[in-house]
Design a protein around this ligand. Sequence first.
Ligand code: GDD
Ligand code: GTP
Length: 423
Amino acid sequence: MLKAVILIGGPLKGTRFRPLSLDAPKPLFPVAGLPMIQHHIEACVQVPNLKEIIILGYYPSADLQQFVLDMVQEYKISIRYLQEFIALGTGGGIFHFRDQIRCGNPDAFFVLNGDVCADFALNEMLEFHRGCPNSLVTVMATEATRQQSVYYGCIVRNQQTSEITHYVEKPSTFVSTLVNCGVYVFSLEIFQNIGAVFKRKEDEFYSRNYVKNGKDTDFNHIQLEKELIMPLAGTGRAYVYQTSKWWSQLKSAGSAIYANRHYLQLYRSRHPSRLLTSETAPCKIIGDVYVHSSATVDPTAIVGPNVSIDAGSSVGPGVRIKESIILQGASIGSHSLVLNSIVGRNAQVGHWSRVEGTPCDPNPNKAFAKMDNPPLFNSNGKLNPSITILGDGVTVPGELIVLNSIILPYKELSRSFKNEILL
Ligand code: GDD
Ligand code: GTP
């Protein structure tokens, strides 16, 4: 029997995802029509004998309740949300809820970072893990460019055995182009190692008599990468499984557009019924398009490629939408254009308006390039061109242009915006 744990963090994480994470937790942000972590769940339920998925985070339970109910109903396996009392780090929650993970005596369990998106090759990875003698953990890894690798956990391995010989989390100088994807398989024996880390920190805490209650002094907070994987490097008990399939982080709103495109592309082979075809489409479509059955799209609109339109949205006559995500209940007025943008829940775009952003895709001319997460502002204090985001409930009246801008929720625009953030 197997289990899976999905790490989703909490309200203080995902700051780069604002304003999209202001009203709803980031892990539930819909990509290709499904909440971000539903794609993880879909990958997990494909693993034979996987009996339970535990979602671990410090969002209030109420935020996840409906989602969990929906998932249980849809996939008919045990799915639970366990809430950490404070942020316990990527490893602290696994230790805190160890009895929940161990119960039923699984042979192994997956751990998946909730803020990545991928064509998760979990079955192949599990098979690999089982073939590694004495393995406590197998880390999924992918190739990155030299320059970008330092933003990830970097892995050096023995080419023959795939053993991890060296691991550095976000190094300050170049270590390796093989980077941690944030997807792991652990053998149950790992709890002895996490237990030992916890015990050491606990002893340290009480012997030093800390009164501070910061992150560094809290012994409940355990970093999986630094405190568990790093010490295991070179012991012959940690292995790396390299994937060449699509993988990316999902940190910024720009990466949601990128993830949307790739998940839609995966639907072609995995869930073709989720994509519109020229027979089923309500209007002219180009490439991969997902439209929720309750959305209304005028027959004269042209949609695609790489567009997701959520429940209850409406798209008027003559509208053109490309490379964008239209969230629940949003409406796009007649003859408007939406390009490289995310339109928030219940946002309204008037007639003859233009909502346009700049994509931030990985450099196509560089092998293994990942998405950059450029800072919001450049050195001149100007907003870096990025996708346009209309927050929830934003109103864009007719005949306006919103270009490379971020509009916070519930704003009513009275003029056009270019390279601006409207707070
Ligand atoms: N439950 C819980 N509790 N989850 C957490 C916590 C916590 O206190 N802190 C972070 N997480 C979750 C996040 O939501 C995310 O899904 C995952 O754990 C990793 O989060 P970060 O701490 O932000 O790490 P990172 O994304 O910068 O780097 C990690 O992932 C990279 C791949 O995306 C590392 O594992 C890197 O080595 C790796 O390359
Ligand atoms: P999370 O999104 O949950 O990680 O929170 P955060 O936005 O506060 O990000 P974090 O504290 O991890 O990183 C702070 C800043 O470091 C980001 O805003 C980026 O400017 C930069 N940074 C972090 N990771 C990357 C990366 O993978 N690539 C690039 N280019 N910059 C990064």
